[in-house]
Design a protein around this ligand. Structure first.
Ligand code: FAD
Length: 409
């Protein structure tokens, strides 16, 4: 390794790792780029796993982020295997098979893993989760024969699974509303109605105490003593950031690998991006770990620019989408600590947006089948200080109009 031909190792070949490697080349980086991943095949995207891939309308080719030739063409070395150890002093990693690789820059893009369900019976046959393509394949074939499907967790993954399972399921959620952590009460209620209309049974405010069965699951036991028959249980209770490497190497870890505004860890040669990174988010005004394609892609681009000699603080506007039952929900901003909401559009028509405010300032916009609102919201958040409730009221809560008034001013 020399500084004229630096080596970048990217650990994790998911959405953010792939993007970091590709963006390094886009930025003109001429050193060695090694993309190390422990899942089989070329890097792929996860969103279709709980949508078109689950329902069978998309195949494996549509998951791939790029065909195999892309990597050779860009001189990106794809290395299959798991990084077992990170030696910061020696600036090298050891793979599970014992081989070592040195680096000038290391990008941790290790993502997250599913949070286990801490109840007896969680290891029974027929109890599955959804994170990888292999998980999705197992679920697809389990759906062919299952009679009673119970989804534990009413967050995005649980609801998308239900929406694309192609049959009625029962959704058990410990909180008193769906999407409790990530959506406004208005949007939660709307999606609860949609799922009910689609024939799903919603059990809210219900803890699961045990999964029962011999070798395979037969029932889900609830805190109120009820037993739900089940031969397929999908556990969708969130994820935990994959931080073991960083932790063992003595990097600061706190709900993710802690990084600064440039996405660098305390070790200037090591960066962290995507689901595994806890970063100071200007839009949240707090340290935040986000689980979204936008965050994975934009953070990867930012780190690639930094390594290629164009450092800039990471300030991208957070956004997210989910597709369920004919509705696209798009969220711009960070919905945390909202104390006031305004609904615009036509809820009965299924085309509306919910504007959430904290202390009179707009913090997030959730749009259901209203892409123009979503785009306007992203532009507004990117344009500078977020608009106030009063300013938006003056524009009739029309985000596009408000944006126009800003650009005209
Ligand atoms: P990942 O994509 O998880 O990649 C991390 C990779 O690193 C994995 O392949 C992992 O195996 C590998 N790895 C970990 N440790 C090591 C190691 N030591 N050595 C080698 N490799 C290692 N987001 C949206 O915005 N919209 C959606 O609609 C949406 N839908 C989703 C649906 C599903 C089913 C899932 C699971 C996620 C969805 N997401 C969605 C979230 C989005 O996919 C993630 O935020 C994104 O994949 C994060 O990218 P990442 O690179 O940080 O992590």
């Amino acid at each position: 390794m020399t500084s004229e031909h630096p080596t970048v190792l990217v650990v994790g070949a998911g959405q953010s790792g792939f993007q970091a490697a590709a963006s390094l080349r886009d930025k003109g980086f001429t050193g060695r780029v090694v993309l190390i991943g422990d899942e089989p095949g070329v890097p792929y995207q996860r969103p279709p796993l709980s949508k078109a891939y689950l329902s069978g309308t998309a195949g494996p080719d549509q998951l791939r982020l790029r065909p195999e030739e892309f990597f050779a063409g860009k001189d990106i070395e794809l290395l299959a295997g798991r990084v077992a150890e990170l030696d910061r002093e020696g600036a090298r990693v050891t793979m599970a098979d014992g081989t070592t690789l040195g680096y000038d820059h290391l990008v941790l893009a290790t993502g997250a893993r599913n949070r286990p369900l801490p109840v007896p019976g969680a290891d029974l046959g027929g109890v599955l989760a959804l994170r990888t393509r292999d998980d999705a394949d197992l679920l697809r074939s389990a759906l062919e024969t299952a009679e009673h499907v119970v989804v534990i967790g009413g967050g995005f993954i649980g609801l998308e699974f239900a929406a694309h399972a192609g049959r009625p399921v029962t959704i058990v959620e410990a909180q008193h509303r769906l999407l409790n952590r990530v959506a406004s009460p208005e949007v939660s209620a709307y999606f609860a109605e949609l799922h009910e209309q689609a024939g799903h049974t919603m059990l809210l405010g219900q803890g699961v105490t045990a999964l029962r069965g011999q070798e395979r699951v037969e029932a889900v036991e609830l805190a109120d003593g009820r037993r739900l028959p089940a031969d397929l249980v999908v556990v969708a209770v969130g994820v935990l950031p994959e931080t073991a490497l960083a932790e063992a190497a003595g990097l600061l870890v706190d709900n993710g690998v802690v990084v600064d505004a440039h996405l660098r860890t305390g070790d200037p040669r090591i960066w962290a991006i995507g689901d595994c990174a806890n970063f100071p988010c200007v839009h949240a005004g707090a340290s935040t770990r986000l689980e979204s394609v936008q965050n994975a892609v934009d953070q990867a681009r930012s780190v690639a620019a930094g390594i290629a000699g164009e450092p800039a603080a990471y300030e991208s506007v957070p956004w997210f989408w989910t597709d369920q039952l004919g509705k696209k929900l798009q969220i711009a901003g960070i919905l945390s600590g909202a104390d006031e909401t305004v609904l615009t559009g036509d809820r009965a028509e299924g085309k509306f947006s919910v504007l959430s405010f904290r202390g009179g300032v707009l913090i997030a916009v959730e749009s259901v089948n209203r892409p123009p609102d979503h785009i306007a919201a992203r532009r507004l958040f990117a344009a500078g200080p977020a608009p106030t409730l009063d300013a938006l009221r003056a524009s009739g809560f029309d985000l596009k109009e408000h944006l126009k008034s800003l650009t005209a001013a």
